[in-house]
Design a protein around this ligand. Structure first.
Ligand code: NAP
Length: 256
């Protein structure tokens, strides 16, 4: 039997076929999961996501700006009305204003810092708060982080600070929700060419560096991220919560 048969999940953060959330969605679908999707509420995002997910025949594809509590509330109310419960949530969302990414961290603007934190970190807290009550049979929440939250990766700037906060939010959420049988984990992904990644200054150099320095001598494949996501979202990881797992071909263990 498929590992995720009869499981219902919400995927937040598919932008296009390169999105990490899309690789995870395809793997979950292959294992029998029923998926609902949200997308940023712009006409271009709506069109792209609607076309991409159409072959999966999802019952729910809704716009959701994670800066708006009312959008988040509407999405989870729809999940409750259509499915009656939720088994897992994939949060794969981040944003920082490009001018703030291009400047040294010390020059980060106050509005840019707040916006990046709100979209990239607080959204996990807000979504977890409304997701957990729907996880009546227990559940799992997964977010996507990056090594730039642990060490200084020049150019990652305010987003590195967001990832540090995201990983510690995962630990706090795991503590708060554990007794409700809801697990919360992060997957720290090696660099993958996506729409978001194209906004990070020097991203191609960063990928080349990671491939050259990592123990496996290459960059990670989206399907490898998806395989670990399946582990963290599924019963195989039933004793794991508050954890950040690196899926980066080993890059994060290297000290030079
Ligand atoms: P992506 O495909 O561009 O996904 C980012 C998603 O965030 C998009 O769907 C985007 O929507 C959405 N988003 C941004 N602001 C939003 C808002 N206010 N409300 C709702 N959605 C919003 O890029 P990705 O690389 O797969 O990124 C997914 C996650 O992986 C991010 O947390 C990223 O930091 C993390 N990550 C990526 C890498 C990498 O190398 N790519 C490595 C480690 C971690 P629209 O594009 O439609 O606006």
């Amino acid at each position: 039997m498929a590992t995720f048969a009869d499981k219902i999940g919400l995927i937040m953060g598919v932008a296009n076929e390169r999105s990490i959330a899309w690789a995870i969605s395809q793997a979950l679908t292959a294992e029998g999961a029923q998926l609902a999707f949200t997308h940023f509420p712009s006409p271009s995002s709506e069109r792209r996501v609607a076309d991409l997910v159409a072959p999966l025949s999802p019952k729910i594809v809704l716009p959701c700006d994670v800066q708006k509590d009312e959008d988040i509330a509407r999405v989870f109310a729809e999940v409750r009305d259509v499915y009656g419960r939720l088994d897992f949530l994939v949060h794969s969302i981040a944003f920082a204003p490009p001018p703030d990414l291009r400047r040294p961290y010390v020059e980060t603007s106050r509005p840019g810092w707040h916006l990046a934190m709100d979209i990239s970190v607080y959204s996990l807290v807000a979504a977890s708060r409304v997701a957990a009550p729907l996880m009546t049979a227990g559940g799992t929440i997964l977010t996507i982080s990056y090594f730039g939250g642990e060490k200084v990766v020049p150019g990652y700037n305010v987003m590195g600070v967001c990832k540090a906060a995201l990983e510690h939010s995962v630990r706090h959420l795991a503590w708060d929700l554990g007794r409700q049988h809801v697990r919360v984990n992060a997957l720290s992904a090696g660099p993958v060419r996506t729409l978001s990644a194209s906004g990070i200054p020097g991203f191609d150099d960063l990928r080349q560096h990671a491939a050259a320095k990592s123990p496996l001598g290459r960059n990670v494949e989206p399907r490898e991220l998806a395989a670990t996501a399946l582990y963290l979202l599924g019963d195989m990881s039933s004793g794991v919560t508050g954890e950040t797992i690196h899926v980066d071909c080993g890059y994060s263990i290297v000290g030079l």
